[in-house]
Design a protein around this ligand. Structure first.
Ligand SMILES: Cc1ncc(COP(=O)(O)O)c(C=O)c1O
Length: 395
């Protein structure tokens, strides 16, 4: 099909929910993708922090192909080896003492975490139900997760919203403390706010949240959907802070591009779910679990956590050099391979100009932050190519 035909069909039949670029992507390899016209793009977006192994990674393609030829889907009424092995792997990466539930997406993982926090409170006999989240957070698009999301623009038009959510200013412990009541069962937070423009949680804040939860008998939920699976240079961002959440949610990079999500909870919290309390038809199916296992294995075998730290630090340095040259960059934020450039003007024209020049990047926040979440396989030469291109488009 031609580009025009594909876009024509989409415009006629797809719901108008996305502001898409007029490009039809057709295939990829490593850090690159190509469109139907044969134009090549350096991919620093990775399907929004998803393709951690880049495109068409041979080990991931092989694992998916082998599993597809064996068994795709069985429901959760039966056991499967990929699911059992993935559960063991995730719990061991978490540091043990936990259980996992597999979902299909980030929103579904967060929805499950919210349900578990409330169920745990009920089982404890407290009946607490309120969850404190943060302004400018992003937790998903289902009714409960968009209510948890502290951004009214995503909530407008969908009322009545579920009750029991309160919002505190990010990185301000006192703001959270002021919202705690006898009804508060959990605090839910991203270690780095990604969607709203790469705002990094400070160690004092995140450790302080842990202490507040311990003091008031509340659960700490880390939404690691964007920060997990190596993005910060550790498998999970919480490892950077020397604390552990009671519940952690994952999605995005977990399946290396195959839709999958998960939430883990410490053993005594997970015990609040009894048979029949939560479920899913597709979550944790053999194909998704085989993809996740292959993704985690490749991250370990290919030293991609180390690469995220080293190449990420190099990338940040290069962005800081760019800031010295261009007045419109007011701040460089982030760590590992989740980095953001704060601009004093809209970023969309720059994203479009970068596309013209052959690079995929993205705007976050109020449209004035350039966000970079490339595959974890990114190398210094890719960073040099992108930074050179940014230098041109910023001029
Ligand atoms: C931190 C965070 N939580 C949840 C979500 C929602 O994930 P999904 O789009 O897979 O439902 C996202 C997506 O951007 C996210 O960044």
């Amino acid at each position: 099909m031609q580009t025009k035909e594909v876009i024509g069909l989409d415009q006629q039949y797809y719901m108008k929910t996305f502001a898409r670029f007029p490009i039809v992507l057709s295939h990829g390899a490593g850090m690159k993708v190509w469109d139907l016209e044969g134009r090549e793009y350096l991919d620093f977006l990775a399907g929004i922090a998803v393709n951690v192994l880049g495109h068409n990674h041979p080990k991931l393609v092989e694992a998916i192909s082998i599993q597809a030829a064996k068994l795709l889907h069985i429901s959760n009424l039966f056991y499967s080896e990929p699911q059992a092995r993935l559960a063991e792997k995730l719990v061991s990466l978490f540091g043990g003492g936990a259980r996992v539930f597999m979902a299909n997406s980030g929103a579904e993982a967060n929805e499950g975490a919210i349900k578990l926090a409330r169920k745990y409170a009920r089982e404890q006999g407290s009946g607490k139900f309120e969850i404190i989240t943060t302004w400018h957070s992003f937790h998903g698009r289902t009714l409960a997760t968009l209510t948890a999301t502290g951004q009214p623009k995503y909530q407008d038009g969908y009322g009545p919203l579920p009750g029991g959510f309160k919002y505190a200013t990010y990185n301000e412990l006192a703001a959270v403390e002021g919202l705690i009541t006898e009804q508060t069962c959990a605090i839910m937070v991203e270690p780095i706010q990604g969607e709203s423009g790469v705002h990094v949680g400070t160690p004092a804040y995140l450790r302080g949240l842990r202490e507040l939860c311990d003091k008031h008998g509340m659960l700490l939920i880390f939404d690691e959907i964007q920060t997990g699976i190596g993005r910060t240079g550790k498998m999970f961002a919480f490892e950077q802070y020397g604390i552990k959440p009671d519940i952690m949610t994952l999605a995005k990079g977990l399946g290396g591009g195959v839709p999958t999500g998960a939430f883990l909870a410490r053993e005594h919290v997970a015990a609040a779910f009894k048979p029949g309390d939560h479920g899913t038809t597709f979550g944790g199916n053999p194909l998704a679990c085989a993809a996740a296992l292959a993704t985690l294995e490749a991250i370990e075998q290919e030293g991609l956590l180390e690469n995220a730290r080293h190449t990420g630090a190099y990338f940040k340095e290069k962005l800081q050099e760019l800031q010295q040259k261009h007045n419109c960059i007011t701040e460089v934020r982030g760590t590992g391979l989740i980095l953001g450039l704060q601009l004093n003007r809209p970023g969309r024209p720059l994203v479009e100009a970068a596309l013209q020049q052959g690079a995929i990047i993205n705007c976050a926040g109020n449209g004035d932050v350039l966000r970079f979440v490339p595959p974890l396989i990114v190398r210094k030469q890719d960073v040099d190519a992108l930074v050179g291109l940014l230098d041109k488009v910023l001029k």
